[in-house]
Design a binder for this molecule. Structure first.
Ligand code: NAP
Length: 281
C-alpha cells in the first residue's frame, strides 16, 4: 500500500489562511496594530539571505509586519547583543529571529540566549529549551515544533511508540527528542559516535533524519510501516533519508521538498502571531 504523504506544503498553506484571519482580528481589536517579527541577518551568506527573505515573505502573506535588521560580517558579539537588547525593549516587536549561522567571531549561543523568552518565537534559547523539556510553556524550536504540528495534523500516534532521532543538534535533534518524549514516545537519539546505526534505525516506529548528509539513512534499514520524517534538504531535491525507496514500505513520510521545510517557516510565523496576540489583545 502507498504510504501517506505528510504534506507540509499543504498544511502550511491551510494554516496561513487561518493566521491571516487571526491577524485581521487582532488588527481590528488593537487599532490597526499587527504582530511584528524582527529578522536579524549578520553578514552576506546568500543562503541565509534567502531564508530571511522567505520568512519576511511569509509574514507578508499572513498580513504581519516584519522588521529587517542587516548587520555587516564584521559585527562583534557586543554589537549584536546591543541590537538584540534594543529589539527586546521595543514594544512594537513581538518576535526576534536571529538567522543561523552568524559569522565565526560571534558567540552565537550568547546571542541566542540574549533573546527575551517572550520574543523567542524561533525557540532557540536555552531557557526556552529547558522549559519545553520540563513541560512548561515556551515557544518550540521551529523545525522540530513544525514536525510535531505536522504529526498532529495527520493524527499520527506517538504515545508508546519507539522514536529514533538521528542527529542531536541544538536546533533539531535535541529539541525533537524532547518533544517526542513529552508526547510519551520512547526515544533513542543517534549521532556520529553511535554504534550500529542501521539496527537502531530498524527499531523505529517513528524515524527522524536530521543528519545533514544526502540520503545517508538507507531505505533497507527502515522497518516496514514506520513513519518517516526527513528534515534534510540537499541540492537535487533529496533529504537525509533514501525516501524514493520508502514510498511503499513506510506507513507515512514527509516528501523532500514540501514536507518539513514549509512547516518550519510556518511555525515561526504561527508563534509570532501568538506572541502578538499575547501582547496586543
Ligand atoms: P548539524 O548541526 O550538522 O547536525 C547533524 C547531526 O547529525 C549531528 O548531531 C551529528 O552528530 C549527526 N551526524 C553526523 N554524521 C553522522 C553519522 N555518520 N551518523 C550518525 N549521526 C551523524 O545539522 P542540523 O542543523 O541539525 O540539520 C540536520 C539536517 O536538517 C540538515 O540536512 C539540514 O539541512 C536540515 N535542516 C532543515 C531545516 C528545515 O527547515 N527544513 C532546518 C534546519 C536544518 P554529532 O553531534 O555527533 O556531530
Amino acid at each position: 500500500m502507498s504510504a501517506l504523504i505528510l504534506d507540509g506544503k499543504a498544511v502550511a498553506k491551510q494554516t496561513e489562511a487561518e493566521l491571516l484571519a487571526r491577524v485581521e482580528q487582532l488588527k481590528a481589536k488593537s487599532g490597526g496594530k499587527t504582530p511584528i517579527l524582527a529578522t536579524i541577518l549578520v553578514g552576506d551568506d546568500p543562503a541565509s539571505a534567502t531564508y530571511v527573505k522567505m520568512k519576511g515573505n511569509a509574514c507578508e502573506r499572513v498580513g504581519m509586519g516584519s522588521m529587517k535588521v542587516e548587520m555587516p560580517s564584521s559585527t562583534t558579539t557586543d554589537e549584536l547583543l546591543a541590537k538584540i537588547d534594543q529589539l527586546n525593549n521595543n514594544p512594537d516587536v513581538h518576535g526576534i529571529l536571529l538567522q543561523h549561522p552568524v559569522p565565526a567571531q560571534i558567540d552565537e549561543r550568547a546571542c541566542f540566549d540574549a533573546i527575551a523568552l517572550s520574543k523567542d518565537v524561533d525557540g532557540v534559547t536555552c531557557l526556552g529549551f529547558g522549559r519545553m523539556s520540563m513541560g512548561e510553556d515556551a515557544y518550540g524550536c521551529a523545525t522540530p515544533q513544525g514536525i510535531m504540528r505536522l504529526l498532529a495534523h495527520y493524527n499520527i500516534d506517538i504515545e508508546g511508540k519507539h522514536a529514533v532521532v538521528v542527529g542531536r543538534s541544538p536546533i533539531l535533534g535535541k529539541p525533537m527528542a524532547q518533544m517526542l518524549l513529552q508526547k510519551h514516545a520512547t526515544v533513542t537519539i543517534c549521532h556520529s559516535r553511535t554504534k550500529d546505526l542501521p539496527s537502531l534505525v530498524g527499531l523505529a516506529d517513528i524515524l527522524v533524519g536530521a543528519v545533514g548528509r544526502p540520503e545517508f539513512i538507507k531505505a533497507d534499514w527502515v522497518k516496514e510501516g514506520a513513519v518517516v520524517i526527513d528534515a534534510g534538504y540537499h541540492p537535487g531535491g533529496v533529504g537525509d533519508i533514501e525516501l524514493s525507496a520508502l514510498t511503499e514500505k513506510a506507513s507515512a513520510y514527509t516528501p523532500v521538498p514540501g514536507g518539513v521545510g514549509p512547516m518550519t517557516i510556518n511555525t515561526l510565523i504561527e508563534q509570532s502571531v501568538k506572541s502578538g496576540e499575547k501582547s496586543l489583545s
